[in-house]
Design a protein around this ligand. Structure first.
Ligand code: SAM
Ligand code: SF4
Length: 338
């Protein structure tokens, strides 16, 4: 009996360590209209367009994952909204029965154009990256960006009716660590959530020494605790964030702490790069070339299904990030799909 003839249990994707995989992140492009200093080098080489998965291939792979019990897909990049005709991917994935959560991570610059259409396509939640509220700093951190576009994008997402929008902020010492209180006030005023992220050593960036700019989640927490009342909660949104809540509002404050609070034990996700490489861990190179599988088997998803199931055998136990010295992962975050 073939894999796809068998009765499909609720959760098929379980790795060697007993972790259930129900979450797929898809990087739909490695290109971006910004050049954030922690994510990219100034001068980047992007994947040739012929090597990118087509939109149809992205949907085909997404559908196979959902058939295997994946209930959450996040579209990311690079900047996903810069990919031509990307709405088609949201529209087609949004129709999949079994997909409970279709989410997007974006820098927000194109949301004023796309927010309503994304809502109509079935996007359930949006994360928007914003590391500072100061226009000059924003320009320095993103190298090229105009903060007004991201701020307008946040307003557009609110106007389109998105709930529980989350701001992602990567915090670097002496670049923006003094803004954590202002960022919390910003999200509180707008009814948003926020996650503070420790910088991960992915790719050579040539801008700063990551060991020197490291600012831990515990330092941020203590900065906040000195100024406002926050309490830990047990809430989960299916990701690695540990959450706190302001006592006087609904705003959640999350901490993504790959260095100080390793979250691998509860990992529930895999990532698909824009070239179709299925990465089993953000901080390791174990991967399966799904582009080769889909292109080698047009019109027949059996081999794809089998390849995805078999990939569980090589999902590593966890990442091993080290901020000193050269990164051990040369892939940049834009290629990985953060
Ligand atoms: N362009 C979109 C954006 O910026 O939201 C989506 C892709 S971006 C790679 C996804 C997330 O990864 C962003 O929140 C960004 O701040 C974060 N990120 C990028 N490089 C990172 C790094 N080296 N360490 C930690 N987070 C990083
Ligand atoms: Fe682009 Fe997002 Fe990377 Fe910034 S973090 S360079 S917005 S992909």
């Amino acid at each position: 009996m073939s894999v796809i003839d068998q009765e499909v249990p609720d959760q098929l994707l379980i790795d060697r360590f007993g972790r259930s995989i129900d979450y797929l992140r898809i990087s739909v492009t490695d290109r971006c209209d910004l050049r954030c200093v922690y994510c990219m080098a100034e001068d980047m080489k992007f994947v040739p367009r012929s090597q990118l998965l087509t939109l149809e291939e992205i949907v085909r792979i997404g559908r196979s994952f959902v058939n295997l019990g994946v209930s959450k897909i996040r579209i990311t990049g690079g900047e996903p909204l810069t990919r031509c005709n990307i709405l088609k991917v949201f529209e087609e994935l949004g129709e999949l029965e079994g997909l409970k959560d279709l989410t997007l991570t974006t820098n927000g610059t194109l949301l004023s154009r796309y927010a309503s259409a994304l809502k109509d396509a079935g996007v359930t939640r949006i994360n928007i990256s914003l590391d500072t509220l100061d226009a000059d700093r924003f320009k320095r951190i993103t190298r090229v960006g105009d903060i007004r576009k991201t701020l307008t994008g946040i307003d557009a997402a609110l106007d389109a009716g998105f709930k529980r929008i989350k701001i992602n902020s990567v915090i670097l010492k002496h670049r923006n660590h003094d803004e954590v209180l202002d960022l919390v006030q910003f999200v509180k005023d707008r009814g948003l959530d926020i996650s503070f992220i420790e910088e991960m050593p992915l790719g050579l960036i040539g801008d700063h020494n990551r060991e020197e700019t490291y600012y831990s989640s515990d330092e941020i927490l203590s900065d906040l605790q000195g100024q406002m009342e926050i309490m830990p909660t047990m809430e989960q949104t299916g990701g690695p964030s540990r959450y706190y809540r302001l006592t006087d509002s609904e705003t959640r404050i999350g901490f993504i702490s790959p260095h100080s609070h390793n979250f691998c034990e509860h990992c529930n996700r895999v990532r698909l790069t824009s070239e179709g490489r299925l990465l089993l861990c953000l901080g390791q190179e174990h991967s399966v070339d799904l582009r080769r599988v889909v292109r080698g088997n047009p019109g027949n998803d059996e081999a794809l299904t089998r390849a995805i199931i078999q990939s569980m055998e090589i999902k590593p136990k966890g990442h091993d990030f080290n901020l000193s010295g050269a990164p051990i992962i040369f892939r940049h975050m834009n290629a990985t799909g953060g």
